[in-house]
Design a protein around this ligand. Sequence first.
Ligand SMILES: [Zn+2]
Length: 407
Amino acid sequence: MVLRIYNSLTRTKEAFTAPRGSSVKFFVCGPTVYDYVHLGHARTYLAFDMITRYLGFLGYNVTYLMNITDVADRIIQKGDELKKDPLQLAREYESAFLEDMKALGITNVAAYERASEYMPQIIAQIKSLVDIGVAYETETGVYFEVRKFPKFGQLSGQIQEELGLRRLELCSSKKNPEDFSLWRKHDSGLRWDSPWGQGRPGWHVEDTAISMTRFGETYDLHGGASELVFPHHEAEIAQAEALSGKAPFVRFWLHTGLLSIKGRKMSKSLGNMIRIRDTLREYAPADLRYYFASIHYRDTVSISDLALKRARNHLKALQKNYNSFHFLQPGTGASKAERMNFLRRAESEFTRHMDDDFNTARALRVLTDLARKLSLLARTGRGIDQKSKDEIDQRFRRMADVFGILS
Ligand SMILES: [Zn+2]
C-alpha cells in the first residue's frame, strides 16, 4: 500500500511518494497570538499532530515547522485597548498557546518561528517581488498585482473574473480590488524601516518568508484550516512561485474541516468560542484526541458535551480492554504464530485506513476491536509467554501512539 493524501490543489487523492526514511518538510500556519487559542485550533493542530505521527510511523523523518503570527493589526488593536506593547502582548499569548499545545500532547513541532524575527527576509521577498514586476508601491503600501500571476485562484477554484468581486483589503490606492498587501506604510505604532518607509508587513508574506528561509523554494506538505485557503494560501503560492519561478511551491496542501457548536461555526463574532484550557479542565487531552480522531480531518467536527462524554467512555473502554491484557501475568499458552496472526491483520487494516488520506476514524475502530480481542485473550486465561506478550504490547502501543491516546 502507498500513502494517498487528498491534495486541495488538485482536489484528488494523490500518492505521496518519498523514499522511506527520507525527510519530509511540513509547514502549518500557526495562530495569531492576540487571545487564547480555542477548540478550532485544537482540531486543526491535533489533526496535523496525528498526521505527523503517522508519517513517523511509516518511517519518514518529518520536520514540522509552525509560524507564530506576532505582527498583525488585531494584536496592535488589542495592545492599544489594554495600553500594552503589542509584541509583549503577543509573547504572553504565545506562551499560553505553547502551554496549551504541550497540554494536548503536541510535542512534534520542530520549530515555532515568529514573524517579527524574519523582518529582513520579509523585506527582501517584497523587494524581489517589486523588482520582478509583480508588485507595486502606492502611497499606502506595497501590493501584489494578482493579474500578473494568472494561476491565482487555482487552490480555491476561482477564476480571475470572480476574484475581482472578492474585494480584499479595501484601499483606494490599489490598482485592482483583488490585489493584496505585502507592506503597509505606518508612521506610528509597531513598525519597521523598509525601502518604502516605515511600516508593517502583510500577513501572507510573513509565512512565505519563514517557510522559504527554512525549507527552500519548494517543499512537501502545507497544512492549515480550510478557511485559510482563500486568500491566505492563494497568496502564499503567488508570492512563492513568482519569486522562485518554480511550481508547485508545495506538493500537497492539506486543509482541516470546520468545527461547529450546535450547528454553527465557532467564531469570535458569534461569541461561541471555547478555549482549549477551559475544555481541559473538564476533559483529559486523550478524550479530545480520541474524539477528533474519530472524525476524518476534512469533515466538520461538531462539539457538544454529549459527544465528548461519549468519546471519553469509548476511550475508557479501550483502555480497560488494553490494560486487562497489559497487566496479565505471563504464562505458557498457544503458539506464537497463533498469537500474531490477528495482530498482523489488525496492523494491515490500520495501515490501509491511515494510508487512505489519514482515515483516523476507521483506523481507530481497528484499534478498538484489537483491544477487545486482547482483553478476550487475557480472559480465556490460556496464558501467554512473556516474549509474545511484550511484542503484542509494543505493536499495539505503536498504533495507539499515532493518536496519542494511551498514557
Ligand atoms: Zn499561514
